[in-house]
Design a protein around this ligand. Structure first.
Ligand code: IPD
Ligand code: CA
Ligand code: CA
Ligand code: CA
Length: 267
């Protein structure tokens, strides 16, 4: 069943629920501890990851019964219409655990499989990134445009690493080859914030292997609506092995370097 849902209405709800969860997480950041681990000892979960996801899920389903929700901490449920919410309750849990600032609540809305609205709230920065498909992206209500592309050797490139040791060894090899070819590297620790940084011109490009859909669903829309190209290698969709985001000319240069390194296949 399809349900009338304008992207702007879905965006307003995404902003609202992400803001509510962001306030909850912010109030409880001091003294937070590890509650559990997932795929590896470094893949941690705190009580707040779970509570924020519950808060978001309950609110979304209360306001829009029939929608479905896919969240990092509790998986997916099935709804009765074509609207699905993609939720990362705290993106950047390790930063959150250490009292750092780069963590975000990410909420995207899909209609019939396409992301049409996305909100990324970064409470410690006071930033709310928003995008509705075809209607542009904004940060705190100010329209976002990506920086003009620079050459690769002048590019500030953000990246991140997965939680498995074997995967990290491979990512380190790729990084070793990339680092001498760029202005510098940033490892911010929250994929959604990294993507929004490219949308805002605070990094020139971002790439990461092995992301999950909830890491990038909302922020990729923000980046795209700000004029950033977001794709996998070899024209693959962003849900493939490696996600790459950069303004067009720089995208090509970084793409070719990463492809030549087998950054999406090695390891
Ligand atoms: C992680 C962060 C990190 C990225 C990892 C993600 P989480 O998400 O976005 O920056 O490098 O790949 O899994 O677990 O903190 O939500
Ligand atoms: Ca995440
Ligand atoms: Ca998370
Ligand atoms: Ca996690």
């Amino acid at each position: 069943m399809t349900v009338a849902a304008r992207p702007e209405e879905l965006l307003a709800l995404a902003v609202d629920v992400a803001g509510e969860a962001g306030r909850l997480a912010l109030e409880n950041q001091d003294g937070i501890d590890v509650l559990d681990t997932k795929s590896s000892p470094t893949d941690v979960v705190t009580e707040m990851d779970r509570r924020c996801e519950e808060t978001i899920r309950e609110r979304l389903l209360r306001e829009r019964p029939g929608d479905s929700v896919l969240g990092e901490e509790s998986g997916s449920d099935s709804g009765t219409n074509s609207v699905r919410w993609i939720v990362d309750p705290i993106d950047g849990t390790v930063n959150y655990l250490y009292g750092r600032e780069d963590w975000a609540v990410s909420v995207a809305a899909e209609v019939a499989g396409d992301v049409v609205a996305g909100a990324v709230v970064v409470p410690r920065h006071g930033d709310v990134y928003t995008a509705a498909r075809g209607a542009g992206a904004a940060c705190n209500g100010q329209p976002l445009r990506a920086a003009r592309p620079v050459r690769l050797d002048r590019a500030l490139v953000a990246t991140g690493f997965g939680y498995s040791a074997a995967r990290r060894a491979q990512q380190a090899e790729v990084l070793r080859a990339v680092l001498p070819q760029v202005r510098d590297i940033r490892r911010g620790g929250a994929a959604a914030v990294d993507l929004c940084s490219v949308a805002r011109g605070r990094a020139d490009a971002y790439y990461e292997r092995g992301l999950k859909y909830w890491d990038w669903a909302a922020a990729a829309l923000v980046a795209r609506e700000a004029g950033v190209r977001v794709e996998g290698l070899h024209h693959a969709p962003p849900d493939s092995e490696l996600l790459l985001a950069a303004p067009h000319d720089l995208f090509e240069e970084l793409h070719d370097l990463l492809a030549s390194l087998g950054a999406d296949t090695t390891g």
